[in-house]
Design a protein around this ligand. Sequence first.
Ligand code: SAM
Length: 262
Amino acid sequence: MTPAKIRRMNKEGILYIVATPIGNLEDITFRAVRVLKEADIIAAEDTRHTQKLLNHYGIKTPVTSYFEHNKAAKGDFLAGRLKEGKDVALVSDAGTPGISDPGHDLIKGAIEAGIRVVPIPGPSAAITALSVSGLPSDIFAFEGFLPAKEKARNERLETLRGEQRTLIFYESPQRLLSTLKDIRDIIGDRNIAVLRELTKIHEEAVRGRVSDILEALKNRAIKGEVVIILEGFQGKEFKGSIIDELEMAVKSGLERGYRGSG
Ligand code: SAM
């Protein structure tokens, strides 16, 4: 159904959640380009950044900012426009809005106000990275960014030691090496993939054990954007006390459906 047809059924506008490229400008759907052209307003995390994409596709729709520090006031403004029947297209700097990006509050508020929220799917760095990681992708958990403070970060990693699902982390290039060391020391020397600058000129995939990757990257300046894909707990390499190990083995057995002989 076209946006115009959907609009005829609603007197209120529609909030479109539009995924945009994570690097290569060609990674956008025909539908996303059309919705961005036809919307009344584009709400963008960074208007200057989004303007480059809009210029590339000849999109002239007015753009307003919607980011972490103006989201309360701007959310009210956008809700007002939606109530008046205007269509709003939300975009972030890259990938899917709301995924480690602003959007959640606006989406939640729109749903509560009875406004229709329509996804325009496209790239997300998490799924893009997982798809080429070579690690199990049938069941996984998205962790987003680890906490920046060491204590909170280590505590988070501790809670993930027994996680059997493949784990996806976003990370800054400056913190990549220290995060890899923390993963090796707290979680273990597992299989991992580091995907850098996906869909861009300097796209790179490094795969191996955490210690191999640390060795490979140790004397390099790491630049650009990075996703870490970490193998889940496989019942080995666990580094806790013997009691922790027993607990983990029992938990893992129960999760796999082992019920004992009785
Ligand atoms: N909403 C976005 C999405 O759906 O992917 C994520 C936004 S989050 C603020 C930005 C993080 O995503 C970066 O720090 C990096 O971890 C990851 N990322 C975004 N683009 C990337 C790319 N081209 N290559 C690797 N990682 C990327």
